[in-house]
Ligand binder design. Structure first.
Ligand SMILES: NC(=O)c1ccc[n+]([C@@H]2O[C@H](COP(=O)([O-])OP(=O)(O)OC[C@H]3O[C@@H](n4cnc5c(N)ncnc54)[C@H](OP(=O)(O)O)[C@@H]3O)[C@@H](O)[C@H]2O)c1
Length: 402
């Protein structure tokens, strides 16, 4: 009996719930809880057959979470609410002695600063309690960490550089919308860029470094250097890595709107007084923007996310490119969600499957690259995210900026 409790009924929650429901031998019993119970009910109705039980929870409240876990008695929690809830949910898992998985690292709500320190601090407590926390089981972080671990296991003695390339070439027809939670998305892309070189983190101005890259099955797209959380754990766990960078593509319309929002302060998380009320500009902007969960039926085109990894084996230099291409419309047909939610929700389901099957089960707090990548890679091919692993002689530094 493998009962799971999924928390968060947004775009990613929808995909995880659909994918878990497709595997009744692994996920025999599925509960979906979120702040707004009607969103859980909508997903449960899509799946039908009484497979999904739903309930309301405020995941900021540890006592409420503990009461819910005691009532439902799941083996583990799949946390696909927001990064703000990571620590309260981890506290509740500790109190009840059950396993934990998420897709994004903790970030305090009042400070746009995400890092693993807060969650790595739970290592000893999880180890002593004999329970497992798997951090960052989405695509990036998540599959990108597993691609790196797979490359290290099968191709390299030594990895020197990792470039993570995230291209969403989907078109939803809106002048501006974000493909996942707008607050989290805008906080991420307006932060300074940061990359890792020779043991140091080097900062760049937001969106100031770009390259034109020809993405397989998509074509040339302009990508920008950003900071992304998987580099923090890879810097710790991939021995001797010298440089790591993360690149994400943005269209001209997205960038133009973002610049205006920044110029007038709509991306700010500092509360302002408006008609006698305190409001956070970014939360107000979120209320105006299209809900990412509604983009599914409108989005056409593909995503391509992968890693270009360079290093050596037996003294010979080599370079590999591991990537997945997903099609927004096929993702929607299968799960009623667009490709960005799909590429996050499928690895969350697979991570949970690894834990329930005992393949990735070890007391403590772990990142994806710390486990054997092979069973996870097999399941990516099996459950909707087939990957390519090719030789690659592209030197990103010599690519044009435009
Ligand atoms: N690793 C990756 O590749 C990757 C990629 C994309 C996203 N992500 C992560 O995936 C997670 C989900 O993203 P998403 O796009 O699905 O976001 P979303 O559409 O905004 O969904 C978040 C859900 O969490 C619920 N929620 C928020 N606060 C809650 C609380 N205090 N208690 C209970 N439920 C709460 C929301 O409820 P309401 O609907 O009531 O507001 C919403 O249903 C985020 O952490 C995001 O950072 C990871």
């Amino acid at each position: 009996m493998s009962r799971v409790l999924i928390i968060g009924a947004g775009g990613v929650g929808r995909v995880v719930t659909h994918k878990c429901a497709q595997l009744p031998t692994v996920f025999s019993d599925i509960w979906l809880a979120s702040r707004t119970v009607s969103k859980c009910e909508q997903i449960a109705n899509e799946i039908g057959g009484g497979r999904i039980k739903t309930t309301q929870v405020d995941a900021d409240n540890v006592a409420e979470l503990v009461a819910l876990i005691r009532r439902v008695e799941p083996r583990m929690i799949i946390n696909v609410a927001l990064p703000y809830q990571d620590l309260t949910i981890m506290d509740a898992c500790l109190a009840c002695g059950i396993d934990y998985l998420d897709t994004a690292n903790y970030e305090p709500e009042d400070e746009a600063k995400f890092e693993y320190r807060w969650q790595w601090d739970y290592q000893e407590r999880f180890r002593k309690a004999g329970i497992t926390a798997l951090l960052g089981s989405g695509f990036d972080p998540g599959v990108t960490n597993v691609f790196t671990a797979y490359a290290l296991k099968h191709h390299f003695d030594q990895i020197d550089t990792i470039d993570i390339l995230d291209c969403n070439a989907g078109d939803h027809g809106y002048p501006f919308a974000t493909n996942f939670n707008p607050e989290i998305n805008i906080r991420e892309v307006t932060a300074n860029g940061r990359y890792y070189e020779n043991g140091q983190w080097l900062e760049t101005q937001p969106m100031s470094v770009s390259r034109l890259f020809n993405f397989p099955e998509i074509g040339p797209r302009k990508m920008f250097l950003l900071y992304h959380e998987e580099m923090e754990s890879l810097a710790r766990h991939i021995p001797g890595v010298k440089r790591m960078r993360f690149w994400m593509t943005f269209g001209d319309s997205y960038l133009k709107h973002l610049e205006v929002f920044q110029n007038i302060g709509l991306d700010s998380i500092e509360p302002v007084e408006f008609q006698g009320q305190q409001i956070v500009p970014l939360q107000f902007l979120k209320a105006l923007l299209p809900d990412p969960a509604t983009l599914g039926p409108r989005t056409k085109g593909k995503t391509n996310i992968g890693c270009i990894i360079k290093g050596s084996k037996g003294g010979e230099s080599l370079s590999r490119y591991l990537y997945n291409v997903s099609d927004h419309e096929s993702c929607y047909r299968e799960t009623h969600a667009q490709g960005v939610s799909y590429t996050t929700g499928v690895p969350a389901m697979i991570g949970a499957k690894m834990m329930l099957e005992g393949k990735w089960k070890k007391p403590g707090v772990w990142n994806m690259e710390q486990f054997d990548p092979d069973p996870f890679m097999d399941d990516l091919n099996r459950y909707g995210l087939p990957w390519h692993d090719i030789t690659c002689d592209i030197d990103i530094d010599t690519l044009p900026h435009e």
